[in-house]
Design a protein around this ligand. Structure first.
Ligand SMILES: [Zn+2]
Length: 453
């Protein structure tokens, strides 16, 4: 394995310890995860039955928020009507900026700190955001994930491989994850560009023989390439992707390379998986625990089938309820029931952060997520990519200030990512210098005329 370039061995050891502690905690939750998994598998909803179930959950979520969450107290008292969906739709949209500025206002007065977890996300826009989830939220999100995996493995015991994990800068790490059923997990990462180190990792992945490969499409592709280059293969039962748009070409390549079905999911750190593909490749919303709306710029719901911004409400998490939370992604609710027979509503992802990528002169597209993964491990408070015509790619960064930002090194790595097809410049800017956009709240990539460079 290559050297760890940004963490000291001690820091990496501490991160391992954190993951192991988290998995011990998942072990404590496992009886509840298993119970929820069994319940959700056994629930045979009619469309009307599912609707009644989630409306009851929505009503309870709104009642709790109105009574115990400062941010919502007056809002819900003012807007409450008999139909919980009417009450929800009268609430203003919640954006990341509000969560960032007033996180305490969104915390429940009933919150039990020892039964919650604090998570944070850099978001694709690079602005750090912290949020709190409770055990019910964790139990439900883990149970949903177990259901997704067991569809392919038929049992709770299986081996899962997460390739090219950004946090794991170098090396290979294995443990047992009760939050994935009772899966044996292996994760690996590297800070090296594609090269000899990938060969070592491919040999190890092949020996590990995972039942499921679980990762970003670009990471699963990189592993497939490395396996082919070393003449090794693995035969998983499924490749499960998330985090980036899965383009049709990538899906086909993955299916061929691994000889296994490829299934994708759409989610956010704030909510976990929001929608996951069925056997017919439709994205079914996890509607028992999330309410997804498609809205216009004023927050008014769009008719079924019409596009708009996706906003999500968590029906389960009481610690820090996010209601009508803006995703910045664009999609539509499918008016037709899915051919697979599931009553869970289908989301059509029309475009969003995953389609915002940079198409290089060669025709290859580098996704916003791939850029984000290079940038977000740096001391950067916020960033944005500006593409000047087809001539220059500029990374605008707001340094976080807690450590020196090596802009030259950053520019080198970005140049590597675009394989030198475009010149890259890294420019430090102030908060006000980020360009805004119309439809999406947080833009990652702005396109500007070449002569403005
Ligand atoms: Zn379906």
């Amino acid at each position: 394995m290559g050297p760890i370039q940004q963490f000291t061995p001690k820091q990496l050891r501490e991160r391992y310890e954190t993951v192991l502690e988290e998995n011990t905690y998942q072990g404590i939750l496992f009886p509840r995860i298993h119970e929820e998994y069994k319940r959700s598998c056994a629930a045979e909803y009619t469309p009307a039955g599912l609707e009644a179930f989630r409306r009851a959950r929505l009503e309870e979520a709104l009642r709790h928020a109105g009574e115990h969450v400062p941010h919502y107290r007056a809002l819900i008292a003012r807007n409450r009507v008999a139909d919980p969906l009417g009450t929800l739709r009268a609430l203003p949209l919640l954006d990341k900026e509000t969560v960032r500025k007033d996180p305490d206002g969104l915390l429940s007065g009933t919150l039990q700190p020892d039964r919650c977890r604090v998570a944070s996300t850099s978001g694709t826009s690079g602005i750090p955001l912290r949020f709190v989830v409770d055990e019910d939220h964790l139990v439900h999100t883990y149970a949903a994930r177990v259901r997704m995996a067991v569809r392919f493995t038929d049992r709770l015991h299986y081996k899962l491989l997460m390739p090219y994990q950004g946090w794991l800068q170098g090396g290979w790490f294995e443990y047992v994850a009760p939050g994935f059923g009772l899966a044996r997990m292996a994760e690996f990462g590297t800070t090296a560009p594609p090269g000899p180190e990938d060969g070592d990792l491919a040999v190890r992945a092949s020996a590990y023989a995972p039942d499921i490969v679980f990762g970003h499409p670009s990471s699963c592709l990189r592993l497939a390439t490395a396996l082919a280059a070393t003449g090794r293969s693995i035969t998983p039962r499924a490749v499960m992707t998330f985090g980036e748009r899965l383009l049709p070409g990538a899906r086909e390549t993955l299916a061929q390379a691994y000889g296994a079905p490829v299934t994708d999911s759409y989610g956010m750190r704030e909510f976990g998986t929001i929608a996951a593909q069925c056997a017919q490749d439709a994205y079914h919303i996890e509607a028992e625990r999330l309410w997804v709306e498609v809205v216009d710029a004023e927050g008014v719901p769009r008719p079924l089938g019409e596009r708009g911004e996706l906003v999500v409400s968590n029906l389960v998490n009481r610690a820090m309820p996010l209601l009508r939370y803006r995703t910045g992604d664009v999609g539509a609710l499918d008016p037709e029931p899915c051919g697979c027979g599931s009553p869970f509503p289908v989301l059509r992802l029309i475009e969003g952060r995953e389609t915002s990528g940079v198409t290089l002169p060669s025709g290859r597209t580098v996704s916003g997520g791939e850029f984000s993964r290079v940038v977000r491990t740096r001391p950067v408070a916020r960033f944005q990519l500006a593409l000047y015509g087809d001539e220059l790619l500029e990374l605008r960064v707001l340094p976080a200030g807690y450590a020196e930002l090596d802009t030259e090194r950053l520019a080198e790595e970005l140049t590597l990512l675009v394989a030198g097809e475009l010149p890259v410049r890294v420019r430090e800017v102030r908060a006000g210098e980020f360009a805004g956009s119309g439809e999406r709240k947080h833009v990652d990539i702005v396109r500007l005329p070449a002569d403005e460079a």
